[in-house]
Design a protein. Structure first.
Lengths: 311, 423
């Protein structure tokens, strides 16, 4: 059954996670996308800076997140999906750092996922095509990484989801890893067959797709049931802004410039029955704190409208 | 590979001599026959609308009199003949990306048929006809276009004109997204099926680089998938958001290009592209004063020649019986990574005496003097950005100019993750 979710960043605080989850519930959400990636951010990783968060033992991590698990449960919020820290490989980075990311951060992230009884973990593929010379060579590296964590994911009943990403040149965003729905479908099927069960799925990021002009309808239909997780957000087609759908227009007619109709037609066509999860944390830091809950309610209302349209 | 310049933005068909002369003087041998000059997207958009009384027309629109195409281009054709410029490929009229007209398919058919006939008469053997898109929903595009192109095929066959499909973007309230034929797998299937159904190689593909860039597409993948079906490439720069046709390498931000030229080079090399490379720089041409046009066109010619050179870089390596490199730094290292196995150099040389006698990525480093003993069919590839300075040095040493070639590692098949800091 279709339900509504939103990412925890800028809502759920470590100091009082229960309050954040309650706010989500009040706003109209029943699910959450737990932003595990904000415990080890990409901005610091690209600077080759590593914090000590994942140095904690599995037991310590379980203890650390116990109030979050409790808070979510009390509020009636299900952790539907989680985002693994990224990148898991830094081109030209120190070998020790890359090893740590893949051998410590990735498996411990799965442990946290299990603690939350979360069924889906989003994993970013590597961005290596420019160096390695082709998307195929890039995927081989991503697949190697996946194979290093898929057995553990399978054991814990977690489905890893690859996500459509972008890269850029001169400030212009162009397609990156996993932007080819045909290839993604073939790869997911092949790997799932290899593991004898569903261990890999897809996470469609609508903002990333919009930035590189993907046809939502075609992309979603090609993925079909492999599409497990969504990152719903909007942008101006230029920057990865993570805003509320229907925010952007480009002409004097002031009609929405993101193809939300195509998105909804696609989801309807594949009978999508998972969670419409919004990845809209920047909205909540942009609005004054006094309007935070109102902004969250608007996001939920947009989600309700989407559900009505999909049905 | 044919180098072709689109004259749009710099040539007035009713007064073409000066521009044709400029193009010829810049070294261009071929120009694009842009049939949209005689029937613009704007004109099509307003087809059939009642004319204002005060509206004056200097000619009958082509949409009302198709026979006017020949007359419209008569002077341009004569000027091209005078200056020995060829018109090997044409682009047919097309609708605006955000057209509201869904009723023009039959009119387009008549125009496109007439364009094919006109191309046939001129001996212009390729015509780019963009696919239909207006009013078509997801899933309807193929059948509508299949029928459309097959209807045109008969005339194309008779006139010996190959029809090239072209990748499109579509406008979602001003935001340009991937449109018809922007999926290379589907586009390749379309071309193949059309050729199978007509039992002749009547159809090919024209890759519009600007459209790929506007849609943020992986151009390596795009070109590689379409492969030998790509008969023409429209080469233009833009910022990836606004529809424009700029001279390549001019759309730059933060010192980096806003078009993924690396992906394009890799893709066209993989596709073995050897067709028509069409430079389209309408906006740049309009932006520059006509006073600067000769200089601008000379630069444009150099730019498009550079593209040809990069795409065909392996042909240059094949040209010589043996190869020697000049330079023992990052460029030499990159050569060895990507081409060392297939085109192994005899050795490399360097001006740094400390490097002589050492080995660099499997190559012996020798002093430049050793180049004097090389056979005449051995190419000396300068692997150092100080090209002209080293070339001068080699020429002063008595090395024949034909033996000297430039290598370039800006657009390599793959890269190291690091660069050597000190060599």
């Amino acid at each position: 059954m279709l339900s509504l979710g939103v990412q925890t960043k800028n809502i759920v605080e470590d100091t009082n996670p229960a309050e954040g989850f309650s706010m989500m519930k009040r706003a109209g959400f029943s699910c959450a996308d737990f932003s595990l990636n904000y415990y080890l951010t990409n901005t610091s990783l690209y600077k080759q800076e590593l914090n000590k968060f994942f140095d904690q033992s599995e037991e310590e991590l379980e203890q650390y997140f116990a109030p979050h698990v409790r808070g979510a449960k009390e509020a009636g919020i299900k952790i539907h999906q989680m985002h693994m820290p990224y990148p898991l490989y830094i081109p030209g980075g120190k070998q020790k750092l890359n090893q740590y990311l893949q051998e410590v951060v990735a498996p411990k992230s799965l442990k946290v996922c299990e603690v939350f009884q979360c069924p889906y973990m989003v994993v970013h593929g590597f961005k290596l095509a420019q160096h390695l010379g082709s998307e195929e060579a890039e995927w081989q590296q991503t697949e190697e990484l996946l194979h290093s964590i898929l057995p553990m994911a399978k054991e814990k009943g977690i489905i890893l989801c690859i996500e459509n990403l972008y890269t850029g040149t001169g400030g212009h965003i162009v397609e990156g890893t996993c932007c080819n729905a045909r290839k993604a479908a073939e790869r997911i099927d092949r790997i799932n067959q290899q593991y004898g069960t569903e261990v890999l799925g897809f996470c469609l990021d609508t903002g990333h797709a919009n930035l590189v002009g993907l046809d939502f309808e075609d992309f979603i239909i090609r993925l079909g049931k492999r599409l497990k997780v969504l990152h719903v957000h909007d942008n101006d087609g230029i920057g990865d802004l993570h805003q509320i759908p229907f925010t952007f227009t480009k002409t004097r007619e002031n009609k929405v410039s993101t193809d939300w109709d195509g998105f909804l037609r696609g989801l309807r066509a594949i009978e999508f029955d998972q969670v419409l999860s919004f990845e809209t944390a920047p909205v909540l830091s942009a609005f004054p704190v006094e309007l935070k809950e109102d902004a969250l309610r608007l996001i939920a209302r947009v989600g309700e409208y989407f559900i009505e349209r999909i049905k | 590979m044919n180098i072709i310049c689109s004259p749009t933005g710099m040539l007035n068909p009713s007064c073409p001599n000066s521009s044709v002369m400029d193009l010829k003087n810049a070294g261009f041998e071929n120009i694009l026959l842009d049939l949209a000059m005689c029937c613009s997207p704007y004109e099509l958009e307003h087809y059939g609308e009642p004319k204002q009384e005060e509206e004056e027309r200097d000619r009958t629109p082509i949409t009302e009199d198709l026979s006017g195409i020949a007359l419209f281009f008569e002077k341009m054709y004569k000027a091209c003949s005078t200056y020995h410029l060829s018109l090997p490929i044409a682009h047919a009229p097309f609708l605006m990306r955000d057209t509201k007209r869904t009723d023009l398919t039959e009119l387009l058919y008549e125009i496109h048929t007439e364009c094919i006939r006109f191309c046939g008469k001129l001996g212009c053997h390729k015509l780019i006809i963009p696919p239909l898109f207006s009013g078509l929903s997801y899933g309807e595009e193929w059948e509508a276009n299949r029928n459309y192109y097959l209807r045109l095929a008969k005339t194309a066959q008779k006139e010996n004109v190959m029809i090239l499909l072209e990748n499109q973007c579509r406008s979602v309230s001003g935001h340009l997204m991937r449109g018809v034929c922007s999926d290379p797998v589907a586009a390749a299937e379309w071309v193949d099926v059309l050729n199978q159904e007509t039992k002749a190689p009547l159809f090919g593909f024209c890759m519009d680089v600007g459209v790929c860039n506007l849609c943020g597409q992986d151009m390596h993948e795009f070109a590689a998938v379409l492969g030998s079906r790509i008969k023409a490439v429209i080469l233009r720069d833009c910022d990836g958001h606004k529809e424009s046709a700029l001279l390549p390498f001019t759309c730059v931000h933060g010192g980096k290009p806003q078009t993924d030229w690396l992906g394009l080079f890799r893709g066209l090399r993989e596709a073995g592209f050897d067709g028509d490379l069409i430079l389209s720089m309408e906006d740049t041409a309009i932006g520059f004063s006509p006073l600067l046009r000769p200089q601008l066109l000379a630069l444009a010619k150099a730019v498009v020649e550079y593209f040809k050179w990069q795409i065909e870089i392996e042909n240059l390596l094949k040209k010589y019986q043996s190869i020697v490199l000049f330079g023992a730094g990052n460029m030499c290292r990159n050569y060895m990574k990507c081409y060392g196995e297939q085109y192994p150099p005899l050795f490399t040389c360097d001006n740094n005496p400390k490097a002589w006698g050492t080995t660099f990525y499997g190559l012996e480093v020798k002093p430049p003097e050793s180049l004097k003993q090389l056979p005449k069919d051995c190419g000396i590839f300068i692997c150092n950005i100080y090209y002209r300075e080293i070339e001068k040095q080699l020429l002063e040493m008595g090395i024949a100019r034909e033996q000297i070639a430039y290598f370039n590692d800006e657009y390599m098949p793959s890269f190291y993750f690091d660069r050597l800091k000190e060599v």
